[in-house]
Design a protein around this ligand. Structure first.
Ligand SMILES: NC(=O)c1ccc[n+]([C@@H]2O[C@H](COP(=O)([O-])OP(=O)(O)OC[C@H]3O[C@@H](n4cnc5c(N)ncnc54)[C@H](O)[C@@H]3O)[C@@H](O)[C@H]2O)c1
Length: 269
């Protein structure tokens, strides 16, 4: 790798697995050191096993202000500053249909999903504000194709990811000119994205029968992406050299959903 983030200090939430882990791996390969919020000792051990002192895993929950503060303090103490924050941890609703969810369940599921997917992002940015301002750094959120289109989740997941579009815009507006705020919006990606404990979801995205083929059939580029397919875009947005004049931007990494039209037909192989 070319060292496009040489000397940078970064934070990634939900960086033990999936897209967040691919971002951590790529950031380290590009010369950054990374504080990572993880949920398990196993994820922490896997990170330090691969990256040694270049990573600092911190166990915690993105719904907690105290855990977000501790993550930022530990990272700035270890690496001396903070250049990039990647709020990424998320949960899915497994496309549960609105009318099948009782009113009581809707309330508890909303509280859990929005606490992770939206409040978790806001708490991370709030905790990182001072060091990011000091370094004239940037935020790169993980959004989703569900930030733009229905049908890739249920109403809770899709509305949470739409809410993050407004979050990117408002924070980019308020934090300019000190801190750039951008996002990557992946489409279907091969990960173990999990569901809501309040809904009793015990499976992950990887367990959905035919998920691979369904995504391949839906997107113009014709395949299910891997977490690594998105990671370089986070590097580009994080880099001061490459994106100094870029804020409030959301880069779609979704195989071309915007030009799907009424259901694009591909030539048979
Ligand atoms: N997989 C996809 O198809 C896809 C598509 C678009 C966007 N996304 C988004 O990408 C992001 C990463 O998801 P992924 O697909 O890599 O799945 P993943 O399950 O591999 O990663 C999610 C991470 O978030 C962590 N996490 C969940 N709840 C947490 C909490 N309360 N506190 C701390 N950490 C918590 C998990 O431990 C995990 O490490 C999510 O925001 C997701 O919505 C995923």
């Amino acid at each position: 790798m070319s060292g496009r983030l040489q000397g940078y200090s970064a934070i990634v939430t939900g960086g033990g697995k999936g897209i967040g882990r691919a971002v951590v791996d790529r950031f380290v390969a590009e010369g950054a050191r990374v504080g990572v919020l993880v949920r398990s000792e196993a994820d922490a051990g896997s990170l330090t096993g691969q990256h040694g002192d270049a990573v600092l895993p911190v166990l915690g929950d993105v719904r907690s202000w105290a855990d977000n503060s501790r993550l930022v303090e530990a990272t700035t103490s270890a690496f001396g500053k903070l250049d990039v924050l990647v709020p990424n941890a998320g949960v899915y609703d497994f496309s549960d249909r609105f009318e099948t969810i009782s009113g009581e369940d809707l309330q508890t599921r909303f509280e859990e999903l929005f606490a992770v997917n939206v409040q978790g992002y806001l708490l991370a940015v709030r905790a990182a504000l001072d060091p990011l301002r000091a370094s004239q750094g940037s935020v790169v959120f993980t959004l989703s194709s569900s930030s733009f289109y229905p049908g890739g989740g249920g109403v809770l997941y899709v509305s949470s990811k739409h809410a993050l579009v407004g979050t990117v815009k408002q924070l980019a507006f308020e934090l300019a000119p000190d801190i750039r705020v951008n996002a990557v919006a992946p489409g279907g990606t091969r990960t173990g994205l999990g569901g809501l404990s309040s809904a009793g979801h015990s499976r992950s995205l990887a367990d959905i029968p035919g998920f691979d083929a369904m995504v391949a059939k839906t997107v113009p580029l014709g395949f299910l992406s891997e977490p690594e397919d998105h990671a370089g875009l986070y590097v580009t947005l994080a880099s001061r050299e490459e994106a100094r004049f870029v804020t409030a931007e959301i880069i779609r990494s979704d195989g071309g959903l915007m030009v799907r039209g009424g259901g694009r037909k591909r030539k048979e192989a």
